[in-house]
Design a protein around this ligand. Structure first.
Ligand code: NDP
Length: 423
C-alpha cells in the first residue's frame, strides 16, 4: 500500500505518523516535528501537506535613514554577516545624510498570451478599439480594487511571433502585491477575448517582470568616510567605483554583485511576509534588460563624493498573501514603522544598496573573509558538536591556528575536551 496515497487528506498528526510507518523518521524525530508544529492550524491553511515550521534566524539591522526617517529593519537570513554588513553600510550612509528613495508609479503587469494568431494587424486593431471595454471587464472581476482607488489602467499589445500576441494588462493593485487579484482580472479578460473575438488564449498570468513598479534609491557619501585601516577614503571610493564598473562589464562578477544586493533584499522581503521568489525573478530579469546581465547598482566618484544608486522592480504587498495571518510579520511591520507598500519598497531597496556598499568596501580593502569567517567559524564549531560553552574556545583556537575546515574544528574540539577532562 502506498503510505502517501491521499496524504493531503490526512490530518496533520496522521501525516506525521505516516513518516514513522514509512520508516523515514524515528519516534524521537517525529516528536521533534510535533514540538515545532505548534502553529499547525496556521500552517495547514497556508500550504499543502504541512509538516512543521522551518525556523530561520531573524536579526535587526540598525542605523537606516531613508528620506529623513530613521528605521530599524528586521532581516530573516541563515547567512552570517548579512545583518552586520547591512547595519554597517547603513551607518556609513546615515553619517552622510541617509538614503533618498522614490517610486514613480506602482502598477503590476499581467499578460494574456494569444496563440494561433492569423492576422496580427487585424487582431491588434480589434483589441485596441476594445481597450476601454476590456479594462472594464478586468475591473468588474475584482471590483473592490476600483473602490479603493486602484484598478485596471491600460493595455499594451506586443506581437511575440507571427502567431503569438501578448496582451499586457497594467493594474494599480493599491496596497497588495496583487498576483492573485491580477490573475482573477486576467482570466476574466482572457474569457472575453476568447468568446467575443474568437481567439485561442494560451494562458493568462501576471508577469514578475515588474517594470512599472520600480523603486530607485541613492546615496552620496564624502569619500573621507570610506577609509579603512591604512587605505585612504579616496582610494577606497575609487576601488568601489571600479568594482561597480566590473559588475557592468562581466556577468561572472555581476551575478555575485547582485547576489550581495539580494542578501539584504531577500532577508527583508521574507521578514515582511512577501514573496521573495517574485522579487528575485524580477530583479535578475531587470539586470539583463539591455540584453547583457549587469550589476543592479552603480557607484561613481563625483569629485570628493561617492554616489551610489540602485533601481529594482519591487512589487511588495503591505496587505494580502500571508502578511495578515503570520503574527511575526505583523510585529516586523511594527518594528519597521512602515505605513504602506511604497514605504516598505523604499526600505527594502535601501537595504540592498547598503548591503552592496558594505560588501564592496570590504572586498576592495580587507577582503570578504575577515568579517565573514567570525560567524562562519561559530557555525562550524556548532556543526561539529561544540556545546554553547565550548563554541567560543573552538572559534578562538581556530582563529589562532588559521583553521577553516570542519576536520580541523573537530580536532580542536577534541583537544579542548581532553584538556578539560585533565583539569
Ligand atoms: P491576495 O490574494 O491576498 O489579495 C489581496 C487582499 O488584500 C485582498 O483580499 C484585498 O481585499 C485585501 N486588501 C485589503 N486592503 C487592501 C488595499 N488597501 N489594497 C489592496 N488590497 C487590499 O494577495 P495578492 O493578490 O496581493 O497576491 C499575493 C500573493 O500571490 C502572494 O502570496 C504570492 O506569493 C502569490 N502569488 C504569486 C504569483 C507570482 O508571483 N507569479 C502567482 C500567484 C500567486 P479585497 O478582496 O476586498 O480586494
Amino acid at each position: 500500500m502506498d503510505l502517501f496515497s491521499k496524504y493531503y487528506q490526512k490530518k496533520w498528526a496522521e501525516r506525521l505518523d505516516v513518516l514513522w510507518e514509512a520508516g523515514l523518521l524515528t519516534t524521537d524525530e517525529i516528536a521533534q516535528l510535533r514540538h515545532l508544529g505548534t502553529a499547525a492550524a496556521l500552517g495547514d491553511t497556508m500550504i499543502e501537506n504541512y509538516l512543521t515550521n522551518y525556523a530561520l534566524p531573524e536579526g535587526l539591522a540598525v542605523n537606516y535613514q531613508i528620506n529623513g526617517k530613521d528605521y530599524v529593519v528586521p532581516m530573516v537570513t541563515e547567512e552570517p554577516s548579512v545583518v552586520a554588513a547591512s547595519s554597517n553600510g547603513a551607518q556609513l550612509v546615515k553619517r552622510a545624510g541617509g538614503f533618498q528613495a522614490q517610486i514613480a508609479e506602482r502598477l503590476m503587469i499581467g499578460q494574456i498570451i494569444i496563440e494561433n494568431v492569423q492576422d496580427q494587424v487585424a487582431l491588434t486593431g480589434a483589441l485596441a478599439v476594445r481597450e476601454e471595454y476590456l479594462l472594464k471587464v478586468a475591473d468588474e472581476a475584482h471590483p473592490s480594487l476600483k473602490r479603493r482607488g486602484g484598478g485596471a489602467r491600460w493595455l499594451r499589445l506586443r506581437p511575440l511571433a507571427a502567431d503569438l500576441l501578448a496582451v499586457d494588462l497594467a493594474v494599480d493593485v493599491q496596497e497588495a502585491m496583487g498576483a492573485n487579484m491580477l490573475n482573477t482580472m486576467l482570466e476574466a479578460v482572457a474569457t472575453a477575448i476568447r468568446t467575443e473575438l474568437d481567439q485561442d488564449v494560451l494562458m493568462a498570468i501576471l508577469s514578475n517582470y515588474a517594470t512599472e513598479c520600480l523603486v530607485q534609491v541613492e546615496c552620496t557619501l564624502p569619500v573621507t568616510l570610506l577609509g579603512r585601516g591604512d587605505i585612504p577614503g579616496e582610494v577606497v571610493a575609487a576601488k568601489i567605483a571600479q568594482a561597480s564598473r566590473v559588475a557592468q562589464l562581466d556577468i561572472y562578477r555581476a551575478t555575485t554583485h547582485n547576489k550581495g544586493i539580494m542578501n539584504g533584499v531577500d532577508a527583508v522581503v521574507l521578514a515582511s511576509g512577501n514573496d521573495w521568489r517574485a522579487i528575485e525573478a524580477g530583479a535578475h530579469a531587470y539586470a539583463a534588460r539591455d540584453g547583457q546581465y549587469r550589476g543592479l547598482s552603480q557607484w561613481k566618484v563625483q569629485g570628493t563624493k561617492l554616489h551610489g544608486q540602485l533601481t529594482l522592480p519591487m512589487p511588495l504587498g503591505f496587505v494580502g498573501g500571508s502578511i495578515g495571518i503570520v503574527p511575526v510579520v505583523q510585529l516586523n511591520h511594527k518594528l519597521m514603522r512602515v505605513e504602506n507598500a511604497r514605504e516598505l519598497e523604499q526600505v527594502v531597496a535601501a537595504v540592498g544598496l547598503a548591503q552592496n556598499l558594505a560588501a564592496l568596501r570590504a572586498l576592495v580593502t580587507d577582503g570578504i573573509q575577515r568579517g565573514h569567517m567570525k560567524l562562519q567559524l561559530r557555525s562550524l564549531a556548532v556543526a561539529v558538536g561544540a556545546d554553547a560553552d565550548e563554541v567560543a574556545a573552538v572559534v578562538q583556537a581556530m582563529q589562532a591556528q588559521h583553521a577553516r575546515s570542519s576536520q580541523q574544528a573537530r580536532e580542536i574540539l577534541q583537544e579542548i575536551r581532553q584538556k578539560n577532562e585533565r583539569k
